[in-house]
Design a protein around this ligand. Structure first.
Ligand SMILES: [Zn+2]
Length: 202
């Protein structure tokens, strides 16, 4: 509520209403919510294949998506949109873990290098600066996801198991950034939140 009170004047003072940015928030909400569901299903598949460390990574990534979805919904509420239209996430079947990781790398690379940078520029053009910052953070986090999934793919391809994959991940509860726990800085490098508040997956 406090954050809403602080940010709402920044957004409401922007005139005219940032129509494209609001549309982009709706697209991002749909995308992040589907991604969260997909990661959970992929984690279940990894468990079936005996890949416990991959499953743990995918659960951390699902939490990251959930945090980002919450942030998007927060901004949509400020713009008066309570429940954006959602389509069911049935277009992406669960395959083998290696294939699921490849899909995630492709999807997150696109979001991190193309979709969210475009959304960031559009928000800046429409003077929706808090949303511009959100999309900039989301682009960075999508690149993190792609990097971690690619690393898991490399290990699985080379070693045919996940015993050497990192087994402890930390998720920032404010922006959804994901870190290797043993390599944590004092604060989130994306939003500045104290690492003491991070959510642990191990
Ligand atoms: Zn953060």
């Amino acid at each position: 509520m406090i954050a809403t009170l602080l940010i709402a004047p920044l957004l409401s003072s922007c005139s005219p209403r940032p129509r494209k940015t609001i549309e982009n928030l709706g697209h991002a909400c749909q995308s992040e919510e589907c991604a969260a569901h997909r990661y959970i299903r992929y984690a279940e598949q990894a468990q079936k294949e005996g890949l416990r460390n991959v499953a743990n990574l995918l659960e951390a990534l699902a939490k990251s998506e959930h945090v980002q979805d919450g942030q998007i919904r927060h901004f949509l509420e400020i713009y008066g949109i309570q429940e954006p239209a959602m389509i069911p996430d049935t277009a992406y079947p669960v395959e083998t873990t290696l294939e699921n990781l490849q899909f995630s790398v492709n999807a997150k690379t696109y979001k991190g290098s193309t979709a969210y940078p475009i959304f960031t520029s559009t928000a800046a053009d429409e003077h929706a600066y808090p949303v511009e910052e959100l999309f900039r953070h989301m682009a960075l986090i999508a690149q993190q996801h792609a990097k971690y999934c690619r690393k898991a793919m490399d290990i699985l391809t080379r070693e045919h198991d996940d015993i050497n994959l990192v087994n402890s991940w930390s998720v920032c509860p404010q922006c959804g950034s994901v870190y290797i726990t043993v390599s944590l800085d004092e604060n989130c490098t994306v939003c500045g939140r104290s690492a003491a508040t991070f959510i642990l997956f191990q």
